[in-house]
Ligand binder design. Structure first.
Ligand code: ADP
Ligand code: MG
Length: 328
């Protein structure tokens, strides 16, 4: 490498600006030294992005920097946590200053937005791969968990679904609205904050709604009814669909059920609290939409607004005789 590992860390990964006062020592010592608040639980997660696997080859360095952090903050959001610290393990094939500059700028921009401080990491040479570990806090006992939904609970999602999936399927150019949703997912931290201590269960949707909702159901062998026509679809999603031939329209219409990379939250709320929760959620930066109800009978059953049952064509799911679905 033209610049030494030491030089890369110093130039691109030494946080600038105001640091958090719970960081006793960050980047530059042998390890980070951090102060945890009393009465809080520490929430820790890690995700790796590998070139060609988690983002298309040719994805911009800014998008990679943003997304590597965003997918981790999304996991913290799904737990209802306040983000605090991150570490970054970077494996680079070569050392291109412009790449590092754009990557780190996007990374730090998102970090600043949520008062997250980069406190350490590792840098090595090899095929491009980015691993971020994120740490956050939640008041003891208030974390959102996957387990906890009950029959009768309403099912909600944040934002819109299927945008990133459609961008991938149609190979949309960088910069277009749908491609932005693939490249720059936005962590739903504000939603998690409102939901913690109140939602009965929550998960972030990274592998598709059916698969991830399936995780909320599996522990207790619960089921769900979904209204396919109520799934939130963006204006860009619907406009792009309109330009396709009818067969492909019908196929892509169900992308909100099956496509990955949404990074929205799916959560359940006990019916008696749903109205109060909806008015609290009105204050956050994204819409939340009721899409269905938890049921005692296992499996996910989908309906059209006409009342007829809808059987998703999406592959990768087990189809049962009664038309219900279970996640992979
Ligand atoms: P060591 O050899 O002791 O592991 P390193 O040279 O790997 O030390 O790292 C020196 C310091 O720089 C450490 O504080 C480490 O956490 C930090 N660091 C290394 N790589 C990164 C990175 N990509 N982002 C942030 N901090 C990093
Ligand atoms: Mg090291």
């Amino acid at each position: 490498m033209a610049e030494s590992e030491f030089e890369i860390i110093r130039r691109y990964f030494t946080p600038t600006g105001a640091g958090r006062d719970d960081v006793v020592a960050g980047v530059g010592d042998d390890a980070a030294l951090l102060r945890t608040p009393p009465d809080a639980e520490l929430v820790v997660c890690m995700d790796t992005l590998v070139s060609g696997v988690h983002f298309p080859d040719g994805t911009s360095p800014a998008a990679i920097g943003h997304k590597a952090l965003a997918v981790n903050l999304s996991d913290l959001a799904a737990m209802g946590a306040e983000p605090a610290w991150v570490t970054l393990s970077l494996t680079l094939p070569d050392n291109k200053p412009a790449w590092l500059e754009q990557f780190s700028r996007a990374f730090f921009k998102l970090a600043a937005r949520y008062n997250v401080q980069l406190v350490g990491g590792d840098t090595s040479r090899g095929p491009l791969s980015v691993t971020v570990q994120a740490h956050g806090f939640v008041p003891a006992g208030q974390a959102l968990r996957r387990r906890g939904a009950q029959p009768g609970d309403r099912i909600y999602v944040t934002g819109t679904l299927g945008d990133a999936g459609l961008a991938l399927q149609l190979d949309m150019a960088p910069g277009t609205a749908l491609r932005q949703r693939l490249d720059y997912p936005w962590p739903r931290i504000e939603a998690g904050r409102v939901l913690r201590g109140h939602a009965s269960a929550a998960i972030d949707i990274s592998d598709g709604l059916l698969a991830d909702l399936g995780h909320l159901l599996e522990g207790d062998d619960l089921g769900a009814v979904l209204q396919v026509d109520d799934l939130p679809r963006s204006g860009e999603f619907l406009a792009s669909l309109k330009r396709l031939d009818p067969d492909r329209q019908a196929y892509f219409y169900e992308l909100p059920l099956s496509a990955g990379d949404d990074y929205e939250l799916c959560f359940t709320v006990p019916e008696p609290y749903s109205e109060a929760m909806e008015s609290r959620l009105a204050g956050i930066p994204c819409e939340c939409t009721a899409i269905g109800v938890i049921e005692a009978a296992a499996g996910i059953r989908c309906y059209r607004k006409t009342g007829e049952q809808y059987r998703p064509a999406a592959s990768g799911y087990l189809h049962f005789n009664d038309g219900s679905l279970l996640s992979r």
